[in-house]
Design a protein around this ligand. Structure first.
Ligand code: SF4
Ligand code: SF4
Length: 165
């Protein structure tokens, strides 16, 4: 089952500090109808194709991700809790429309879809400060700290960082 292919793991939790802002959001996956051409389910489509079992027919040529055709919207492939942890269970095979939604402010670009989705779930729009904080955390997150401590010959701290959860 898809649910068990990409579960949340302790490793994900440990990496939480450096997660991309989308991975603590998921609002767009619970706001918009996700419609796309049926050909995106073919095996030769990106990521091996959107799993057809997770879709519903929309019209003669289009499908929708199950859970997004009517209110309340919540895509069947979304795992987690909006505004806390989110993960697309079919990330590599997600529809083209999902690939096109940009997180607001990433690469300096605005994204009204992102802003609207976040607002619909009571989340403030992402700001440059969010991206700066993310970049800082990515530079000083657990993996990087461990690397630095190895490089500075501090085995005590490195061992503590590496102990199992
Ligand atoms: S694109 Fe925006 S709304 Fe969608 S998950 Fe990322 S931050 Fe949230
Ligand atoms: S397929 Fe994935 S990215 Fe697209 S709406 Fe569903 S959970 Fe979100």
């Amino acid at each position: 089952m898809l649910e068990s292919v990409l579960p949340f793991t302790n490793r994900d939790e440990r990496r939480g500090e450096t997660m991309h802002p989308c991975m603590t959001c998921g609002a767009c996956c619970a706001t918009y109808r996700v419609a796309f051409h049926w050909m995106e389910t073919l095996p030769e489509a990106a990521g091996g194709g959107v799993p057809e079992a997770l879709t519903e027919p929309l019209d003669a040529h289009r499908l929708v991700m199950a859970g997004t055709k009517s209110l309340p919207v919540c895509c069947v492939a979304l795992a987690g809790r909006i505004g806390h942890r989110s993960r697309c269970k079919i990330y590599d095979a997600r529809p083209s429309v999902c690939r096109e939604v940009m997180a607001a402010g990433e690469n300096g670009q605005s994204s009204p879809q992102c802003d609207r989705a976040r607002a619909a779930h009571g989340l403030a729009p992402l700001t440059p400060a969010d991206w700066q904080a993310y970049a800082r955390r990515a530079q000083t997150g657990p993996a990087r700290l461990a690397e630095r401590r190895i490089a500075t010959n501090d085995p005590g701290r490195t061992l503590r960082l590496n102990k199992p959860a």
